[in-house]
Design a binder for this molecule. Structure first.
Ligand code: UD1
Length: 421
């Protein structure tokens, strides 16, 4: 189990370049399995979740090569059926997009139930509801999910809850399904737009991605043979913006879409940080003599405050002046990391989905765990400002989603090292 040793107290200063979006890449790589020709995907992040999905696609017959510049050359033509027997699909969430892709291509898909971070129950009933509306039947058996259809057809689908995964999965399944599929109450996250743009570049006809009504007109062939560049990772970018504010540093985050960062930028400014947006960069710094003030936020689907920045933002609230309120509206159980923060000296009271954060208690280094991907990042941020040394264990969870996390932090001046044990 690898760990990070962090000696707190250094201000982060300098530039950091953001990698391609992990969550967009998961959807795009899975969607590429639907294509009738090869494609090239630029800026696919070199992180464990993506590498695992690539391995799963290879196990299905896809030919995938990673170029020196990080681009993925993908040829899905050698995938001959929708059966995925690779057990690694249990380890990541994004493997569920193979259901949509294989269903759309072969009218049959079967995989082990997807895994991913543990935030409490993570149902996939809405994905299933969408597939069934398109004509599929579903069987859950021996830890696997199998969806199959005699004939798929476009349909009107209303999602009862706004779901990123279900929106993407249904969009993928519908891309080659005859007729028009309309997804209502669709999620609007940037990576949904990215997956739609990818599919359109490959020959699909998807309109409305980024709004709550997406219209997919099925096409018989997706020729591919095109390159596509993945958008920057909104959550990685937010993590560095928070690290800058937290260490009272001065960091310019590059390769970023400032529009995607607005919910966080607005909160940081409300607290007293300076956030200066350029075309594809954001500089975060704290003016001299400014004391960051407490604030309140609630996580919501995009364009609301992202749940995937909730743990990292809570760490910042611990260092602000005054008491803050944070409400987690997306996941039932995303407060597990708070016990670790308390070990480090934070004073946080939880009541249902609400956390009351008392600011101003100094954090001190301790041995803590990465409970999940973003919670792990939050522990690293806490270590950057804690007095003494913080040991963050089980960091493979962090490396599922942050490319070169240790190196990027070191380049900004953090005292952090990775220990393999
Ligand atoms: C994705 C992200 C995850 C992020 C989340 C919300 C990936 C791989 N993961 O997860 O990091 O935290 O979006 O931005 O992209 N729900 C149902 N039924 C379903 C599906 C979801 O009830 O069939 C509920 C969930 O329990 C949750 C809410 O809908 O409360 C949102 O989940 P969803 O947007 O689907 O999250 P994921 O796509 O799994």
């Amino acid at each position: 189990m690898a760990s990070y040793m962090i000696r707190g107290g250094n201000r982060l200063v300098g530039d950091v370049t953001i990698s391609g979006s992990k969550n967009a890449a998961l959807g795009i790589i899975a969607a590429s399995m639907l294509l009738d020709g090869p494609c090239k995907i630029d800026h696919a992040p070199n992180v464990d979740d993506i590498n695992m999905l690539v391995e799963i696609c290879r196990s299905m017959g896809a030919q995938i090569r990673r170029e020196a510049d990080g681009a993925l050359e993908i040829d899905p033509r050698f995938v001959t059926n929708g059966e995925t027997i690779d057990e690694r699909s249990r380890n990541i969430r994004g493997s569920y997009y193979l259901l949509g892709a294989m269903l759309g291509r072969f009218s049959y898909a079967s995989i082990y139930m997807p895994g991913g971070c543990n935030f409490g129950p993570r149902p996939i009933d809405l994905h299933v509801k969408g597939f069934e509306a398109l004509g599929a039947t579903t069987v859950f058996e021996h830890g696997r999910i199998t969806v199959s259809a005699e004939k798929m057809h476009g349909e009107h689908i209303f999602l009862d809850t706004v779901s990123v995964g279900a929106t993407i999965n249904i969009m993928i399944a519908a891309a080659k399904t005859e007729g028009v599929t309309v997804i209502e109450n669709a999620a609007r996250e940037p990576h949904i737009v990215d997956v739609a743009n990818f599919l359109n570049t490959m020959g699909a006809n998807i309109r409305g991605a980024g709004t709550d009504v997406i219209r997919v007109t099925g096409v018989p062939v997706l020729p591919g043979n095109v390159s596509y560049s993945i958008i920057p990772d909104q959550i990685e970018a937010g993590t560095y913006m928070l690290a800058a504010a937290l260490t009272r540093g001065d960091v310019t985050v590059r390769n970023i879409i400032p529009k995607h960062m607005e919910p966080l930028s607005a909160k940081l400014e409300e607290m007293g940080a300076c956030v200066v947006s350029g075309d594809d960069s954001i500089r975060v710094f704290i003016p001299e003599d400014t004391v960051l003030q407490a604030t309140s936020f609630r996580t919501m689907p995009y364009p609301g405050f992202p749940t995937d920045l909730q743990p990292q933002t809570t760490v910042l609230l611990c260092t602000a002046q005054g008491n803050s309120r944070m409400t987690e509206n997306v996941w039932d159980n995303r407060f597990q990391y708070i016990d670790d923060l308390k070990i480090m000296g934070a004073n946080i009271l939880i009541s249902g989905r609400l956390a009351l954060v008392e600011g101003g208690n100094p954090l001190t280094g301790a041995k803590v765990f990465a409970r999940d991907l973003r919670a792990g990042a939050a522990m690293v941020l806490a270590g950057l400002v804690a007095e003494g040394t913080t040991e963050v264990n089980d960091v493979s969870k962090i490396e599922r989603g942050y490319e070169s996390f240790v190196r990027k932090l070191q380049d900004l001046g953090a005292d952090i090292t990775r220990i393999d044990s």
